[in-house]
Design a protein around this ligand. Structure first.
Ligand SMILES: Cc1cc2nc3c(=O)[nH]c(=O)nc-3n(C[C@H](O)[C@H](O)[C@H](O)COP(=O)(O)O)c2cc1C
Length: 205
């Protein structure tokens, strides 16, 4: 039976960012279905610029990336002049998050899919389309995970160290890291963060 309109809206509204997971592995076929649905997101020129890198739990790639990103995060926080205790706590939290998530998926946008333009104005618009398209696959991934009873969170750490991520994971030069998704079966679903009222967001002309 097709779910009702109310059920679809409730499904879309009930996706939450979840940062704590049950110690229960995610079967590969479940994760494959999630990725398979993510690629049905819309994209500019239907160019499908999203690329996914699944970092296997306990795998060498995940360990190497966690260490490299932790070191880079520490350098940034030291440059900010934060107290050592706070730096150590934040770096450790970020590192553990990547090491312990049941699933970690890097989302990248492939610049090689972009149309070339001779002028900066159109190059910029084309680049914006690349990022917008990749982001839609990110949302679709989170919704597909939600449909599986999984939950997860979009994190933006890789955006701050794109060269490092490309180097550690040995990615093609045209792949621009956008986000790291942590997924798993939720330990608990947090209450919904508030939303701005519709009136504040919409203008009717
Ligand atoms: C572009 C983007 C970047 C985000 N970066 C992070 C992040 O680095 N760490 C984190 O814990 N959550 C991150 N989030 C999740 C947001 O905090 C979350 O979506 C927001 O608070 C609303 O909560 P909800 O997803 O449960 O509705 C990010 C979300 C988006 C869309």
């Amino acid at each position: 039976m097709t779910p009702s309109r109310e059920a679809w809206h409730a499904f879309l509204r009930s996706r939450r960012s979840v940062r704590r997971f049950a110690p229960r592995p995610v079967p590969r076929e479940v994760l494959t279905r999630v990725l398979d649905t993510a690629r049905w997101a819309p994209s500019a020129h239907n160019r499908q610029p999203w690329r996914f890198v699944v970092l296997e739990a306990e795998g060498a790639a995940r360990r190497a990336l966690a260490q490299a990103m932790a070191d880079a995060f520490r350098r940034d926080l030291e440059a900010d002049g934060l107290p050592e205790a706070e730096i150590a706590a934040r770096v450790q939290r970020a590192r553990q998050r990547l090491l312990e998530a049941p699933v970690a998926v890097l989302l990248a946008a492939d610049r090689a899919t972009m149309d070339p333009y001779p002028d900066e104005r159109r190059r910029q618009a084309e680049y914006t389309m690349l990022i917008q398209s990749a982001a839609l696959a990110g949302l679709q991934l989170l919704l597909a995970a939600h449909a599986e009873g999984l939950a997860g969170v979009w994190t933006c750490g890789p955006l701050f160290v794109p060269d490092l991520v490309r180097q550690v994971l040995d990615l093609p030069a045209t792949w621009e890291p956008q986000a790291m998704f942590y997924l798993g079966y939720p330990a608990r679903i947090p209450p919904p963060p508030p939303r701005l009222p519709l009136d504040a967001l919409v203008q009717w002309r």
